[in-house]
Design a protein around this ligand. Structure first.
Ligand SMILES: [Zn+2]
Length: 187
């Protein structure tokens, strides 16, 4: 169990295409534990292995459904829920995920990313999709995703293909976001 450093843009690793997982071994289980530790510590609601510098096709997600009794915790992965109240943990692991049947209908959502800290922007994505993935034992599953889960899984899938959410923006908006990030870093 360990909290690992999250790499940030413009680290060239974030442009790397992650390789499929072939061995469902203890090393994979340790990687996933570290990813959860790192994600909860950040805090965020999704993390791809490449964000801690490991180019493997592994995602962890926990949308952390609101618990009315919990203290508000800022969540910097999700612009719409800046102060939603996590606690009830629902950890999900997706190994070698693939997106199937993305809907033609799209939805715009204000996204953020632990690798692009403090920057939020509206991104259009298919509103629903089906995901085929393997679990920690290599067993294959398929599941329909909608709402926030569809947004997060597509955002995290992009990381496995070397894409960060600001790559979906116009060049002008992306340059503005990078300038803002540099300013925040300098401050
Ligand atoms: Zn991200």
């Amino acid at each position: 169990m360990a909290i690992r450093d999250i790499i940030e843009v413009p680290d060239p690793l974030l442009k790397q295409i992650s390789a499929p997982v072939e061995s469902f071994d203890d090393e994979l289980k340790t990687l996933v534990e570290d990813m959860f530790d790192t994600m909860y510590d950040a805090p965020g609601i999704g993390l791809a292995a490449i964000q801690i510098g490991v180019p493997r096709r592994v995602l962890v997600i926990d949308l952390q459904p609101d618990d009315p009794d919990a203290e508000p915790v800022p969540c910097d992965h999700d612009g719409h829920h800046h102060h939603h109240q996590p606690t009830k943990k629902e950890p999900r692991v997706f190994v070698n995920p693939e997106i199937l049947d993305p809907s033609e209908e799209t939805k715009s959502y204000q996204e953020g990313c632990l690798s692009v800290p403090d920057i939020f922007a509206e991104v259009d994505r298919p509103a629903t999709c089906r995901v085929r993935y393997q679990d920690l034992d290599g067993k294959v599953h398929e599941e329909d995703m909608d709402d926030l889960m569809a947004v997060v899984i597509q955002h995290e899938m992009d990381h496995l293909n070397g894409i960060v959410f600001i790559d979906h923006l116009s060049r002008l908006k992306r340059n503005m976001a990078m300038k803002k990030l540099q300013k925040l870093r300098a401050a």
